[in-house]
Design a binder for this molecule. Structure first.
Ligand SMILES: Nc1ncnc2c1ncn2[C@@H]1O[C@H](COP(=O)(O)OP(=O)(O)O)[C@@H](O)[C@H]1O
Ligand SMILES: [Mg+2]
Length: 338
């Protein structure tokens, strides 16, 4: 189905759906009556999802200068009208179906043409090499550090919410569940639950009674995310005592946890980093600064470590400045198999 989205200033044609989640549908769109062929990702929220729309807008409208965070260009309320279009390549011959038009909330966003990082993770037998996952992870961690420095906890970090642009540069997306904490007063405790149980820390289960530290929960999710993108499988099902793998992390018996993955070749530095991200005790989890200095990253990145670590994620007007050939080669060869 094709749609037209109109607000007070602009008109967009929504060509086809490129993704969806629990809160919105996302379409590939273009401005009508403009010579530019610039493509946008246009997220459409039904009125009953306003809370997620407004939450995301409140964060993303503040965060427009980091090259590893998805950009929000325009947002608001608009009218969405289904159309029948006899010629997909032009905007001619459009017939509006005004009877079915509806008012929605929309976000016009940077289009991450290579989709979700999750789709590039296959299985344990076809893994992304540690050298490449280290580079991707480094960029994600630097962007999370920036979020935390701005007193924002993402609360839903997972490979589905990491999008890839034309150069396969990772972009953190989906701020529908993010929360602001009052860092200056030392009050880091958040009470709303974060979203995806498989990536949530044990502390989140206590959220409604005691609150939890949003930064430390994001770090835990980064641990699960790193494991998934590097090993091609989940480290455990849930971070509870009843989980047959996580129970060994709770008991501090890390060697027994890793025995489940004995058949996979994994470096000791990688295991050490994971152990320090998914720790039961929030205060024992590393900070983003400590992650960036971890021996696994230093070893995997080798001669590139200093350059990558010190390159600012400050937005470059043109993302072409941020090209990593190793990431492009690995992920584009995987894309062919999707
Ligand atoms: N800027 C974008 N570029 C490309 N695809 C996108 C973009 N934004 C969203 N999508 C697609 O739509 C899906 C759902 O969007 P998301 O923001 O994660 O909403 P939800 O809160 O519903 O999960 C994403 O996982 C992705 O596949
Ligand atoms: Mg999502």
């Amino acid at each position: 189905m094709t749609y037209i989205l109109k607000n007070n200033v602009n008109e967009y044609v929504l060509k086809h759906k490129i993704g969806y989640g629990a809160t919105c549908e996302c379409y590939l769109g273009q401005k009508i009556n403009e010579n530019s062929s610039e493509k946008y990702a246009i997220k459409i929220f039904e009125k009953n999802k306003y809370i997620f729309y407004s939450n995301e807008v409140s964060f993303l409208s503040e965060l427009n200068d980091n090259s590893n965070i998805i950009k929000l260009y325009e947002y608001g309320q608009g009218v969405l009208t289904p159309i029948s279009n006899t010629d997909n390549n032009t905007n001619d011959n459009i017939t509006n179906d005004n009877a079915n038009e509806k008012t929605v909330y929309y976000q016009i966003m940077e289009y991450a043409i290579n989709g979700e990082l999750k789709d590039y993770v296959k299985d344990t037998s076809s893994r992304i090499p540690e050298k490449i996952s280290a580079k991707i992870f480094m960029k994600i961690v630097k962007a999370v550090k920036y979020l935390h420095e701005n007193d924002i906890a993402h609360c839903d970090l997972k490979p589905e919410n990491i999008l890839l642009d034309k150069n396969f540069n990772p972009k953190i997306n989906d701020f529908g569940f993010s929360q602001k904490f009052d860092g200056k007063n030392g009050n880091f405790l958040l009470r709303k639950r974060s979203r995806t149980p498989r990536y949530s820390s044990p502390d989140v289960r206590l959220a409604l009674t005691k609150g939890y530290n949003g930064i430390k929960n994001d770090i835990f999710s980064l641990g699960v995310l790193l494991f998934v993108i590097t090993i091609g499988n989940f480290p455990f099902d849930t971070s509870t005592y009843s989980d047959d793998k996580y129970k060994f992390i709770i008991k501090g018996r890390y060697n027994q946890f890793w025995e489940f993955f004995n058949h996979i070749k994994i470096s000791d530095e990688f295991k050490d980093l994971i152990n320090n991200l998914i720790n039961l005790t929030p205060n024992k989890r590393l900070s983003t600064d400590e992650i960036l200095k971890h021996p696994w990253l230093i070893k995997q990145l080798g001669d590139n470590y200093e350059t990558i670590c010190n390159t600012s994620n400050q937005d470059c007007t043109n993302n072409d400045d941020d090209i990593d050939k190793d990431i492009i080669d690995e992920l584009s060869s995987r894309k062919k198999l999707l």
